[in-house]
Ligand binder design. Structure first.
Ligand code: SAH
Ligand code: SF4
Ligand code: F3S
Length: 538
């Protein structure tokens, strides 16, 4: 059976898709890049904003009209939108054959198997959603252990990924923060912490298979905390842990109780997986970044000094309405501490504009905050009311869309200025760069116009694992292009280096080299390699 799988949403979803792909491939399913050539079409969906769901609805619409015209295909929705909307989707879009929430992905092979064997599908056997049991602790523990096997049995297949030198490893699932605008606690369920041994082992196995960069994933990744000796699986392994619950955060744990904190986990991976050149983690929750994390970052050279630490708003009143649990002052204090301890730290974030009741003054406060923090970039979103969230139920979506758009554009322009300053500071430095893309720019740049040469053509190495990264085609013939190798610094800044040929660029992919930075734009550094061409550094 040929399967097409497209992924929407965050890195957590990218990892889920990779795990699903590995599991299905091991069962004999074959993956194809063309949705029209597949017998099974799967969308791994996101529900974080309405826009994300619209994209999926339009894809579902296309498959629906093909089915009405006689195409025989199994259409499955996986992920957060399946979980959020639930059975309603099947009524609204009868072309959907299968629903599988992000907490139930281990059951996907069984669901597909059922559908293939029964022509008139039995409704109950094509749906796996956590639904309202997702926060009931007893059943959760059992479900989590089943899900854990999906991460544990990860069949990392370098052929199946675009960047075989880089991988994600989950350390927590779910989220307990309940920011008032956010669907994630409802779609991904309660926060669950994976046992440290399983995480370290997964990192080790990935590195044995050629991975040099690992990004640890969690919605509030630095909230990780595992209390040993409380939960074991039937075969004696430590089990994923629901919680950790307030007790785990008492200053002194009860005598004899061993705890692995986030900082300890980072240090363990750094020490026990020496072949790993880069260790990253996202997303950091500002309130939980303690000195112990900075200590580890300051002393472990292979842990990237990069913090994705979303602030969401620069107004205390709005932060309170969002239930973020910190004030602007506390956020700035964390930023100042980070910069003091790690002078070369790189900070990125997320901001929402147009949250209910946001006034011009609140917005001006966000602009002030942005000018105060050297953000290398910020993802800026227009507030999107999500059914099932507290903000949706209790607060009117009262900022008109036009004003949201205006504020969004102002922040984008402001961020471009800030990014330019942050990037400009790097000129003249030598930075370690992990090369991950081949690109080219036309040699003759014409005046800006519709088909002019500003676009960088990107060729991604290896097979494309999803269709989200388009392969841009410029009309400029290859002998009139300059070839570039592109990569990222430890602080996640993008760097371009001119090379002789596409082959020269390709030979750099998946290696870390020292690059001397010559100049900077707002989102791109330009540099050159000292000769000889590749000097791997730690
Ligand atoms: N766990 C991460 C964020 C996950 S969602 C954290 O707390 O930092 C990614 C981003 O989407 C959020 O940081 C927020 O900026 C944005 N977002 C979430 N819900 C949204 C909504 N309803 N409307 C607009 N943006 C939203
Ligand atoms: Fe959503 Fe807040 Fe949890 Fe992030 S911390 S996933 S924004 S509820
Ligand atoms: Fe989207 Fe779910 Fe991730 S809602 S952002 S795919 S956790």
């Amino acid at each position: 059976m040929r399967v097409f799988l497209e992924t929407f949403g965050c890195q957590m979803n990218e990892l889920d898709s990779e795990l699903v792909r590995g599991r299905l491939a091991s069962l004999g399913y074959r993956f194809v890049d063309d949705p029209d050539a597949a017998e099974i079409v799967l969308f791994n969906t996101c529900a974080v904003r309405d826009h994300a769901e619209q994209k999926v609805r339009s894809r579902v619409g296309i498959v629906g009209s093909q089915k009405r015209n006689g195409r025989e295909v199994i259409l499955g929705l996986l992920g957060c939108m399946a979980e959020r909307e639930g059975l309603e989707i099947l009524q609204k879009h009868p072309q959907v054959d299968l629903l599988c929430g992000p907490g139930e992905l281990d059951r996907l092979p069984m669901l597909l198997d059922n559908l293939r064997r029964t022509s008139a599908a039995d409704r109950s056997e094509r749906v796996a959603l956590a639904g309202n049991r997702s926060r009931r602790t007893a059943t959760l523990a059992a479900a989590e252990d089943a899900l854990e096997t999906l991460d544990l049995s990860r069949s990392f297949d370098p052929e199946g990924t675009r960047r075989p030198w880089s991988a994600y490893v989950r350390i927590t699932r779910g989220c307990n923060k309940f920011c008032t605008y956010c669907v994630v606690p409802a779609t991904r369920g309660a926060e669950v912490h994976r046992p440290p041994d399983a995480i370290v082992e997964e990192c080790r196995q990935l590195v044995d298979r050629g991975v040099i960069e690992i990004t640890l994933l969690g919605q509030t990744v630095n909230h990780y905390r595992y209390t040993h000796g409380t939960a074991l699986t039937l075969d004696g392994r430590e089990a994923p842990q629901v919680g950790p619950g307030l007790a785990a955060f008492r200053k002194a744990p009860p005598a004899g109780q061993r705890i692995t904190t986030f900082a300890m986990l980072l240090a363990r991976i750094h020490e026990e997986v020496p072949g790993l050149e880069r260790l990253r983690f996202v997303t950091s929750y500002p309130r939980d970044l303690g000195e112990d994390v900075f200590d580890v970052l300051a002393t472990c050279p292979r842990i990237c000094r990069y913090l994705h630490m979303p602030v969401q708003s620069g107004s205390d009143r709005i932060l309170k309405a969002m239930n973020r649990g910190y004030t602007v002052g506390e956020y700035l204090e964390t930023v100042d501490r980070a910069i003091e301890r790690l002078p070369d730290v790189s900070i990125a974030g997320d901001i929402i504009v147009g949250f209910p009741t946001e006034t011009d003054e609140d917005f001006a406060a966000t602009e002030r905050l942005m000018r105060r923090v050297p953000f290398k970039n910020n993802f800026i979103f227009k507030y999107s009311p999500r059914p099932g969230t507290t903000a949706f139920d209790r607060l009117p979506d009262d900022v008109p869309d036009e004003l949201k758009r205006y504020r969004n554009n102002r922040l984008l322009a402001l961020q471009a200025e800030i990014s330019r300053d942050v990037h400009a500071k790097e000129a003249g430095r030598s930075l370690g760069v992990l090369f991950d893309r081949v690109g080219s720019v036309p040699i003759e740049r014409r005046a800006p116009g519709p088909a002019s040469g500003g676009t960088v053509e990107l060729r991604v190495a290896g097979r494309s694992s999803d269709s989200r990264t388009p392969e841009f085609q410029t009309p400029v013939p290859s002998d009139r292009r300059r070839w570039q190798a592109l990569g990222r610094t430890g602080g996640d800044l993008i760097v371009a280096v001119d090379v002789e040929s596409p082959e020269a660029a390709e030979s750099l992919l998946g290696t870390v080299a020292t690059v001397h930075i010559d100049s900077a734009e707002s989102l791109l550094l330009h540099g050159h390699l000292p000769t000889p061409a590749t000097t791997p550094i730690r």
